[in-house]
Design a protein around this ligand. Structure first.
Ligand code: HEM
Ligand SMILES: *[C@@H]1O[C@H](CO)[C@@H](O)[C@H](O)[C@H]1NC(C)=O
Ligand SMILES: *[C@@H]1O[C@H](CO)[C@@H](O)[C@H](O)[C@H]1NC(C)=O
Ligand SMILES: *[C@@H]1O[C@H](CO)[C@@H](O)[C@H](O)[C@H]1NC(C)=O
Ligand SMILES: *[C@@H]1O[C@H](CO)[C@@H](O)[C@H](O)[C@H]1NC(C)=O
Ligand SMILES: *[C@@H]1O[C@H](CO)[C@@H](O)[C@H](O)[C@H]1NC(C)=O
Length: 263
């Protein structure tokens, strides 16, 4: 981008890396004790890389637009829409920013049956929970995760929550939000047309809250728009159906047969 080229030029002329925090952007650092983090592994990741404020505070629309572009090559209208959906998390009227701590409020955006966090009823609804995550991961049965495997882990988490959490809540709006979250690993790290993603990359991301660049991943060359998100969410939605055709065993759980699921 022109803007970053310009920054580099300015910095070379005027100062050292230490004086310019922008040069630190993109470098992964573990969060400090006073930094806010939340239930979204990607918001946490982007903060850990400095693509959005590292302290997890004062996250504005421009922060989201530049952060999602720099980290994931999201187009501006998509990032702006995501900001509009997120801003309800700040309880102040007409808020212009949110913090990652705001995202932790239960049943605002944060919801039950997450893949990598336990329900608020059982413990922390926002800290990565290895026990829960291992349960989800058990459904990612091949080195390439299909949409159906992701859908299976979502369904399993919902059944578990509905069975054992007396406060289980999962509305139609939650479902809408959730389908986007379940699609997210494919959008960020996978093949959006095939609806599948390398399990090693997804695992690295969830466990480290870090972009899997050191595993060879890089952000998509073609910018991601709203239409892409809706398409992948629809693939996930279709894959949540538990009904098969009469003479199919389980196409979606085998990568080379996954196309059967799209019909
Ligand atoms: C403005 C931007 C975003 C906001 C405010 C946001 C917020 C959230 C929130 C509140 C949750 C918790 C839902 C739950 O209880 O499970 C969540 C989950 C999630 N988000 Fe984000 N998110 C954003 C962007 C993204 C992006 C760009 C990605 C990746 C492409 C992403 C990936 C995920 C995933 C995979 C989950 C599910 C985690 C789990 O089930 O354990 N998010 N997000
Ligand atoms: C950042 O957010 C805090 C609340 O978390 C607020 O008190 C402060 O004024 C904000 N700072 C700026 C520069 O907007
Ligand atoms: C918020 O915005 C609305 C519409 O622009 C305005 O009517 C209202 O007074 C604002 N509220 C506050 C607390 O600023
Ligand atoms: C992780 O999830 C399990 C199962 O719900 C729960 O017992 C445990 O307390 C959770 N850990 C934290 C830190 O919330
Ligand atoms: C789901 O969310 C999308 C935006 O992400 C919105 O366009 C659509 O109307 C929502 N659908 C329902 C049923 O709420
Ligand atoms: C997934 O990515 C890892 C790390 O780049 C690579 O070693 C592995 O071969 C990939 N697996 C598949 C199934 O493509």
């Amino acid at each position: 981008m022109k803007f970053s080229t310009c920054l580099v030029t300015l910095t070379t002329a005027w100062g050292t890396a230490a004086q310019n925090p922008h040069l630190e952007e993109g470098k992964w650092k573990a969060p400090g004790a006073n930094d806010f983090r939340g239930p979204c592994p990607m918001m946490n990741t982007l903060a850990n890389h400095g693509y959005i404020p590292r302290d997890g505070r004062n996250i504005t629309r421009p922060n989201i637009i530049s952060g999602l572009a720099a980290g994931l090559n999201f187009k501006e209208p998509l990032a702006s829409l995501m900001f509009d959906m997120a801003i309800v998390a700040n309880p102040e009227p007409n808020a212009t920013y949110f913090t990652l701590d705001h995202l932790n409020q239960h049943n605002v955006l944060e919801h039950d049956a997450s893949l990598s966090r336990t329900d608020a009823y059982f413990g922390s609804n926002h800290i990565f929970n290895a026990t829960i995550y291992e349960k989800s991961k058990a459904y990612w049965t091949e080195p390439t995760i299909t949409a159906q495997m992701l859908a299976n882990s979502k369904l399993a988490r919902q059944v578990e929550s509905r069975a054992f959490n007396p406060t289980y809540r999962f509305t139609a709006d939650t479902e809408n939000f959730s389908l986007g979250e379940i699609a997210a690993p494919i959008i960020a790290f996978g093949d959006m047309a095939l609806g599948e993603v390398n399990r090693t990359l997804v695992d690295y991301f969830f466990v480290n809250e870090r972009l899997p660049a050191e595993l060879g991943w890089h952000k998509k060359d073609v910018a991601i728009g709203i239409e892409d998100i809706l398409k992948v969410s629809d693939i996930i939605k279709a894959a949540t159906s538990l009904i098969t055709g009469p003479d199919q065993s389980n196409p979606g759980n085998k990568r080379d047969l996954h196309a059967g699921m799209h019909t």
